[in-house]
Ligand binder design. Structure first.
Ligand SMILES: [Zn+2]
Length: 424
């Protein structure tokens, strides 16, 4: 296959220019200007489009096993491909949770049938109860990409330290959902004017996040573990990560598209469709997150794709589950809210969605280098499109429905095979 005429953006190699890409046997065989098609070679005319490495999402929930009415590994992968993703890491808060090798194998085996690269996280603690570590060695050997109890913060500092010591010795990555439950009243809404307007005595304090981020940054400095702070929502937390990095800690951080494109005011507009943990916060926090993405404090954009049924999201605010889907709107939200206003270059946005997560999780992906897996996304960065509920995901819980975004994924290729084609 020969992709001709695209603006190829490959941040890992510092390249951003028009050149052709030849795919053979699932890898990028050759790149260069004006490559000639070989006899019977399929040619894709990509002039006017941008070619980038397939996106990598280090944080999504495919709900399989246990909650397949929300999403399963196949529909999750279809949503990923439609959003331009060729590698995803499914998080471990399934039922049963991925705290054992059998469940991990189930996810990985089903993932291999999807056409994209499906990796899985494993739990740090058994049953995600925060009390006893899982068999980390066996889970790592069986292929867990990262260890996390995402959804449930780890309250016990001693257990967290023990896990970090193990991670440092074994070259594993740990990632953390940071919210101290003692500082959270009603979850999913920032503690402040909006939580008050909704009639809640207390929402989720930004300090709930800041305190645990500070703790885990400190533990990371001491233990040398590689850790990732998930879905940063608070400007103070971003500053804490920046400081920990300056002290030499191997601390990474994620931002989600919703946290850099929306604020607590969107909860008044969208109700439970804007309910997530940690919640949307203030405009000041949003700006601090954008600054942190731009200066490299936050090296990874992750979706936290969290499908829920319409019935669940129709419950009253306090009783509805937290989380929104995000795979199919992620690039467009990044382009619309980061690149168009001039906060980030297109290359930097793509870096945070490809080479950044590839470095964090040591994945053989995220580049257009010759010899690399042919994971490629073709995008029209000019196209404006109205987000509707026409998702490949099983769920439709997105606050972007009704909004016009710029930047549309046209085709996704994984391992040299087309896994999404808008025209088909
Ligand atoms: Zn989380």
């Amino acid at each position: 296959m020969l992709i001709k005429g695209a603006r190829a953006v490959d941040p890992a190699n510092n390249r951003d220019e028009i050149y052709d890409i030849r795919i053979k046997d699932g890898v990028i065989a050759e790149t260069g200007r004006s490559l000639k098609a070989e006899p019977e070679e399929e040619v894709i005319d990509a002039s006017g489009l941008t070619a980038a490495p397939g996106f990598i999402d280090g944080h999504c929930h495919f709900r399989d096993p246990g909650f397949e009415y929300k999403e399963d590994i196949f529909t999750g992968a279809a949503a990923a491909a439609k959003g331009g993703f060729t590698s995803v890491i499914c998080l471990a808060n399934t039922e049963p949770p991925v705290d054992n090798v059998d469940t991990l194998n189930y996810v990985l085996e089903k993932g291999r049938k999807t056409g994209i690269n499906v990796y899985s996280a494993a739990c740090i603690s058994k049953g995600m109860n925060g009390e006893e570590l899982t068999d980390l060695d066996s889970l790592k050997k069986a292929g867990a990409a990262v260890f996390t109890d995402d959804g449930k913060p780890l309250a016990d500092a001693a257990l967290t330290e023990k896990a970090m010591k193990w991670a440092a010795e074994n070259g594993a990555v740990l990632s953390f959902h940071e919210e101290d439950p003692h500082l959270v009243g009603t979850a999913g809404v920032n503690d402040g004017k909006v939580s008050r307007a909704l009639g809640f005595t207390k929402g989720a304090e930004a300090s709930a996040e800041d305190c645990l981020v500070a703790r885990d940054c400190a533990l990371a400095v001491r233990t040398g573990a590689r850790i990732c702070i998930q879905h940063i929502s608070s400007g103070v937390s971003a500053a804490l990560v920046r400081h920990a990095k300056s002290m030499g800690a191997d601390v990474w951080a994620e931002a989600t598209p919703h946290h850099f494109s929306m604020t607590e005011d969107d909860v008044l507009k969208h109700g439970t469709l804007a309910k997530m943990n940690p919640p949307l916060r203030t405009e000041e926090d949003r700006r601090a997150i954008i600054e942190a993405i731009a200066d490299g404090t936050i090296e990874v954009i992750a979706t936290d794709h969290a499908p829920h049924s319409e019935k669940e999201k129709a419950r009253e605010f306090a009783k509805a589950p937290s989380g929104i889907i995000g795979l199919e709107t992620s690039f467009a939200a990044g382009y619309t809210y980061l690149v168009k206003p001039g906060h980030l270059t297109l290359s930097k946005l793509i870096e945070r969605m490809t080479a950044g997560p590839a470095r964090l999780y040591s994945l053989n992906a995220g580049t257009l280098s010759e010899g690399a897996p042919a994971d490629i996304v073709l995008i029209d960065t000019e196209e404006k499109w109205l987000v509707t509920d026409d998702f490949a995901s099983k769920s439709k819980n997105s606050p972007y429905i009704g909004e016009t975004l710029t930047g549309k994924v046209k085709m996704t290729i994984c391992g040299g095979k087309v896994v999404y084609d808008e025209t088909r």
